[in-house]
Structure formats: C-alpha cells, structure tokens
Design a protein. Structure first.
Length: 393
C-alpha cells in the first residue's frame, strides 16, 4: 500500500463540468483505487447467497443493501427475521435518542453475545457497523465498560504518527472484541468552522489542515485494516463548515464550503486507503443547486465517482435524518439516493423507530424497478460493491 506522502495531487481541484458528466464517463473511470472496472456480482450476490431470478431473489438483493438499527440489548424478533431474510447489516448504538435509555450496548460481554446472535442468524457474512470515532462520538465508552478514547481533534493537535497509531489500535481493539466489522470512521472533514454543532464543537475533525487530516486518517485506516475492520471516509463532499447537524435540521453549506474540503477524500482514494465513502446530507449549491449531496447525481456519480475516481461502495448517512425526510419523505429519499449512486443505505432507526423499515424500503425499491426508475442491473452493481465490505468467513 503506497503511503499518502507518495501521492502528489494539486490542492486546487478542478470542478468545471460537474453535473454534466454522463454515467458513461463514470464507467471509464478508475476503480476502488482507480484501476479496475466495477466488480460484477457473483452467483452469491448478497449475504443470503441467493442466485437466480424472480422477485424473491430481487428482494433479497435489495435487503442486502440495507443497514438497520434496532432497540434492545438482545435482538428483537423482527431484526432476527430480517437478518435471516438477507438484511445486509446492522448498526449499533449505546443510547436510544427517543427513550434516553440503553439501546444495544450495556457491557462488553452483553454486546458480544448480541453480535454473535445476529451473525448466527445470518445466512452469510453480516455487516455489523458502528460509529466509533473516538472522544464524544463513541458508542463504546467507559460507561458501558470500554476504555476512554481521545477525539480526532485531540489526536490531530498532537499530530504524532506513533500516538495516532496507538490511539487507532485502541479503537480497533474494542471493535474486534465485540465483533464489529465496519466502522463509520474516520471523519475527514476539515475543521473549517470550529463552532460547527456537527463537527468542530464535538471535536470530530483532526484539523483544518488537509495534510494533518490525511496523515492521521492514514494511520487510523491502516490500524483498522490490520485487524480486518473496514472503514468509511465521511462526510463527503465535506461538512466541516456546516453550522448545524443534518440529523435534526436542513443544513446548507453553499456559502461556506471550500474546494479544499475535497482534498482528504481525493488523496486517500488515490492512495488506495478508502474502503467506502459516506455521503453527507448537506445541501451544497456549488455542486448541485437542487439536491443535498447524498441525493445528488452530480455529487455522487459525476464528482465522487467521475472526477475523484472512486468506484467502491458509497454509504448513506442516516436515511431517516430530518435534513432529507422533512423535504422528500422516506420513499422519495430512497429513490433519489439510489438514482444518485449510493450503494448501502443506513437506517439508524433513531429519529423515528420503525420495525417495518426493511420491508417498507424493499417495497419502495421494488416499485422503482417496476416503474422503470431503477434497473436490476444497477442493483447488481451495488450488491457487488457492498460485498467488498463484507467480512470473509
């Protein structure tokens, strides 16, 4: 794996023409690290190993592209059934936002049993995901029996490769202890606005300096890879200037976003250090005058895949976030995200708890296929990309 220092890219990223590139342009771009073509699905397209045609097989493929949160320190029946029926993955939380009670994580021993029960129910490799960034954005913390962790901001202030390496190994040790295999980290947003309620004030950014962000993110990613845990660069195309939090409000960065915020994503992608990229729900009219980044073809397909050369999986931020559901509603948000080029849709089930979210989302995507708004070939492309995130059994 080449070091990031060996990748020399201009700070000024040319954005002329964004939104005009056709999908055909993307198919000629570089892949995962900008070399190979998009992987095609094998005869085992999802965790269930389903092959063949028919609506049942299509439903399983669609389910394999969803990650869902749930309540309970033991898995409820509905999530076990969803996993058995081919659900792609789950996301774990320490606290339930509505009830303010323990959600999934009470102790290391308890959550390890929970994860094992979910994996045992799955017909194939299950994605078990979490937000374990360090500092305040940590689901595994002293209150539920895990070590204290520094924030990205604290690590970036030290800016010591050895200290970052030790910190990252500590994060990963907690993940592997309980069986998590996908961490929605590192945050590679630049700390453009230190007063940001979403990033800066929470200590979620390594620095405002792209070099500091890239160097520390590199150490963090390499520590995860050494332990077999996948990562996700977030929040594309950059949320460091955002004043608010898209979980709870519509956030517009059109007047504050800077091109330099693309640099960490581009450098890490070109260095082969990206496993997945998470698309933000921020509205950025510099890139798309109509749609937030996560629902924008101009941002995901033309910019991220086309100009930055990313051909691996693109992950959504929470699909139930107020920033998108307030304007579009659940079904239309799913339609727009799929059209934009997202592969793995995450439903935290925190804003509104819905035990039917898997069934309803699969139904919505089936309807997109029936009405010609989405093709099964497009679904197969996402299945192939998401399979790269699955653990090897």
């Amino acid at each position: 794996m080449p070091g990031v220092d060996s990748v020399h890219l201009p700070r000024r990223l040319l954005l002329a023409g964004i939104g005009s590139a056709a999908v055909a342009t993307v198919t000629g771009c570089e892949s995962h690290r900008a070399t190979s073509s998009t992987p095609r699905p094998t005869s085992s397209p999802g965790p269930s190993g389903t092959s063949g045609g028919g609506e049942a097989a299509l439903r399983r493929k669609i389910a394999s592209l969803l990650v869902v949160g749930f309540r309970g320190t033991q898995a409820p029946n509905w999530i076990i059934k969803a996993v058995r029926d081919g659900l792609g993955g789950v996301i774990l939380f320490d606290e339930d936002l509505e009830t303010r009670s323990v959600r999934n994580i009470r102790s290391p021993e308890q959550v390890t049993r929970l994860v094992k029960s979910l994996k045992d129910a799955s017909p194939g490799p299950l994605i078990v995901s979490i937000d374990q960034e360090g500092g305040r954005t940590s689901r595994l913390k002293p209150s539920n029996g895990f070590p204290t962790t520094k924030s990205e901001a604290e690590i970036g202030a030290e800016n010591s490769p050895s200290a970052t390496r030790d910190w990252a190994r500590g994060l990963v040790a907690s993940l592997t202890r309980i069986g998590v295999n996908l961490n929605y980290a590192p945050v590679v947003d630049l700390n453009i606005n230190p007063d940001s309620r979403a990033i800066g004030k929470l200590g979620r950014s390594f620095s405002a300096d792209p070099d500091v962000v890239v160097n520390n993110a590199t150490e963090e990613i390499q520590a995860h890879r050494a332990a077999g845990v996948k990562t996700s660069l977030k929040h594309f195309p950059g949320s460091g200037s955002a004043a608010g939090n898209t979980d709870f409000e519509v956030v517009d960065v059109s007047d504050t976003w800077r091109e330099v915020e693309l640099e960490p994503f581009q450098r890490l992608i070109q260095a082969g250090l990206a496993d997945s990229v998470m698309a933000a729900h921020v509205l950025n009219k510099q890139l798309d005058p109509a749609y937030p980044a996560s629902l924008s073809t101009a941002t995901v397909t033309d910019l991220l895949r086309g100009r930055l050369g990313w051909r691996g999986p693109v992950v959504s931020d929470d699909m139930q976030a107020v920033a998108i559901t307030e304007r579009y509603g659940a079904a239309e948000a799913v339609a727009l995200a799929s059209r934009a080029g997202l592969d793995l849709l995450v439903f935290a089930n925190q804003q509104v708890y819905n035990a039917r979210v898997v069934e309803e989302t699969v139904d919505a995507i089936i309807d997109l296929v029936r009405t010609g708004r989405l093709t099964e070939d497009r679904i197969d492309q996402s299945v192939a990309r998401v399979n790269s995130l699955r653990p090897k059994r």
